[in-house]
Design a protein around this ligand. Structure first.
Ligand code: IMP
Ligand code: MG
Length: 190
């Protein structure tokens, strides 16, 4: 499906890559995978804290925590706002904390939630930070992964979907702060 959203200017072409039904189904199965892993490691869900990375991770996080509820998982939820892109389309490699969490991580299990894993700078930065702050474990879940783009040695513990090496938007992901509201993942341009 192709669509156009009126932006002032120019209108940009969007090609739907994962529609909202596919997304909902995958979020449910991801929550099941996460539930199984937590149970296998005896991580009590009330010891779990989700750290959602803003801005891109907020839509996925909102769906994921409700799918986790269906798995009997009742985490606390907090947010960190990070930036590595500015207005550009390529990671600068330097991750900046724009808004920090005030939670105490000593002895707690964290699940870091982000929209997409590309260079890996963002996820590696937060994982190290939470460990330094005393987290007993820090697992990671990303909704999307672009293979072959890693600049750091990090893999996510859980991945929703793979996407090709193209700029994608929607479901929280933006291009210059636009398109976060799309209920699907789309490739921007041709
Ligand atoms: P990394 O630090 O390069 O792994 O990138 C992580 C962040 O870059 C994500 O949280 C997104 O905000 C952003 N990003 C990477 N690729 C895309 C894309 O294709 N569309 C929109 N944002 C992206
Ligand atoms: Mg982001």
């Amino acid at each position: 499906m192709q669509t156009q959203i009126k932006k002032d200017p120019p209108a940009q072409k969007l090609t739907v890559f994962y529609n909202s039904d596919e997304i909902s189904r995958r979020v449910v199965s991801l929550a099941q995978e996460i539930g199984e892993a937590l149970r296998a490691e005896n991580i009590a869900s009330d010891k779990l804290i989700i750290i959602s990375l803003l801005k891109g991770g907020f839509v996925f996080t909102a769906d994921l925590i409700r799918a986790l509820y269906a798995e009997g998982i009742h985490p606390q939820v907090d947010f960190m706002a990070l930036s590595s892109y500015g207005m550009g389309k390529k990671s600068s490699g330097k991750v900046e904390i724009i808004g920090d969490t005030r939670e105490n991580f000593k002895g707690r299990h964290a699940l870091i939630v982000d929209d997409i894993l590309e260079s890996g700078h963002t996820l590696a930065f937060v994982k190290n930070l939470l460990k330094k702050r005393g987290a007993k474990s820090a697992k990671t879940v990303v909704f999307l992964e672009k293979p072959g783009k890693r600049e750091t040695e990090i893999e996510a513990d859980f991945v929703g979907f793979m996407v090709p090496d193209k700029f994608v938007v929607g479901y929280g992901l933006d291009s210059a702060h636009n398109f976060r509201e799309l209920p699907f993942i789309a490739v921007l341009g041709d």
